[in-house]
Design a protein around this ligand. Structure first.
Ligand code: GDD
Ligand code: MG
Length: 370
């Protein structure tokens, strides 16, 4: 079975985490998001995957190659300029000969794809859209359906008060490739504002597939932290990397923990992490490979990418830290701070309130306090 993944977005809302890598390469518990997703697709028999790319495609290609190592066959198609969601699929139309899946590639879900495909076939749909309930639908595509599941209206990013349901487009579609004949070739075109409304107008059978599975779009720093909290908290059916050391502690090879350090799960420690004396690492926290946590440092509710140097008495709470970041003695990051790759936070800086530090930047000691 074939699946098309839309991986062309720039991931602007996740910056600075996505300044150097595209959103699909952002690690989820120390594995690139796309690797997690490929594993799920494979489990449902989707083993021929076409990647429609735009932003930083080589970072994806060099990691996954032809896909063999991951048990799938990958085809890469790079757009010279962004073609939009349906425009990107139109661009690979010649590779699609049968019913296929289309995926927004920034969603963590345990949706039952096999059951969704069955429903698509049973109802003779041209398109089936996975639906999920959310609290605030304004940053999504709202999908109104009739009692039999047929889509009646599709409103992308509705204004507050405009949505009549909290069921939104969950970013997974089953599609009959014939509908692509409605998409003009070589131009920017979107499912959400173009093809879906067009199909509705024609009266083609388009159905919603609602489910109460786990679902989250990882596209903002806040949601990136939330997905880790949920994943480590066992709310998503997904294995965590490494061996289980103790209650809620997963550690990959070569981890060294000082006997006076206090690790409270759920915590994932990447390969080669070193945790210093009297340091406290409290879940839900993920440390990437080769992170060093200094003496008496506190890391809590954080996601830290590989090669971070966390100095003595540093405090990181509810924040995300990119690759190779250096946090000098006594630095504080709390409340949704995001630090880009290779940044250096000098001693005794205090960052709060979702501050974002761009990759490679240096904050001199004691520059910022709140
Ligand atoms: N190849 C390609 N080309 N991919 C693209 C392009 C493009 O021009 N533009 C966006 N994408 C990819 C993104 O990489 C992402 O995987 C997916 O299409 C959706 O784009 P987002 O930018 O993440 O859209 P969104 O989150 O605002 O809204 C979409 O997803 C929601 C669910 O999370 C819409 O489909 C909404 O209707 C939906 O509710
Ligand atoms: Mg998105």
């Amino acid at each position: 079975m074939k699946g098309v993944m839309l991986v062309g977005g720039e991931g602007t809302r996740l910056r600075p985490l996505t300044c150097n890598i595209p959103k699909p390469m952002v690690p989820i518990a120390n594995r690139p998001f796309l690797e997690v997703m490929i594993g799920q697709l494979k489990a449902h028999g989707i083993d021929e995957i076409i990647l429609c790319m735009g932003y930083l495609p080589d970072k994806i290609r060099s990691y996954f190659g032809d896909g063999r190592e991951f048990g799938v066959r990958l085809t890469y198609v790079v757009e010279a300029s962004p073609l939009g969601t349906s425009g990107a699929v139109k661009n690979v139309e010649q590779l699609l000969d049968d019913t296929c899946f289309i995926f927004n590639a920034d969603i963590i879900t345990d949706l039952d794809l096999t059951a969704m495909l069955r429903s698509h076939r049973e109802r003779g749909a041209k398109v089936t859209i996975a639906l999920t309930p959310v609290e605030d639908p304004t940053s999504y595509g709202v999908v109104e359906t009739a009692a039999d599941g047929r889509v009646r209206r599709f409103i992308e990013k509705p204004a507050p008060g405009e949505a009549t349901t909290n069921l939104i487009n969950a970013g997974t579609y089953v599609l009959e490739p014939e509908v692509l004949s409605l998409v003009p070739p070589g131009v920017f075109h979107m499912f959400e504002r173009g093809l879906f409304p067009d199909l509705l107008q024609r009266g083609d059978p388009m159905f919603g597939y609602p489910s109460r599975c786990y679902w989250i779009d990882i596209g903002t720093p806040q949601r990136y932290l939330t997905v880790h909290r949920d994943l480590l908290g066992g709310q998503v059916a997904m294995a965590l990397p490494g061996a289980k050391l103790g209650d809620g502690i997963w550690a990959e090879e070569g981890v060294r923990i000082d006997p006076t350090a206090q690790i409270t799960g759920p915590v994932v420690l990447g390969r080669g992490c070193v945790i210093g004396g009297q340091a406290r690492v409290t879940g839900p926290t993920v440390l990437g490979a080769n992170c060093e946590v200094g003496a008496e440092a506190t890391v809590e509710g954080a996601v830290v990418w590989r090669n971070a140097r966390i100095g003595q008495r540093v405090v990181i709470r509810s924040s995300a830290v990119g690759e190779g970041v250096c946090l000098a003695e006594g630095a504080w990051l709390t409340g949704g701070v995001v630090v880009g790759d290779g940044a250096c936070i000098g001693a005794d800086n205090r960052l709060e309130h979702g501050a974002r530090i761009w990759p490679g930047k240096t904050l001199e000691p004691g520059t910022l306090t709140f």
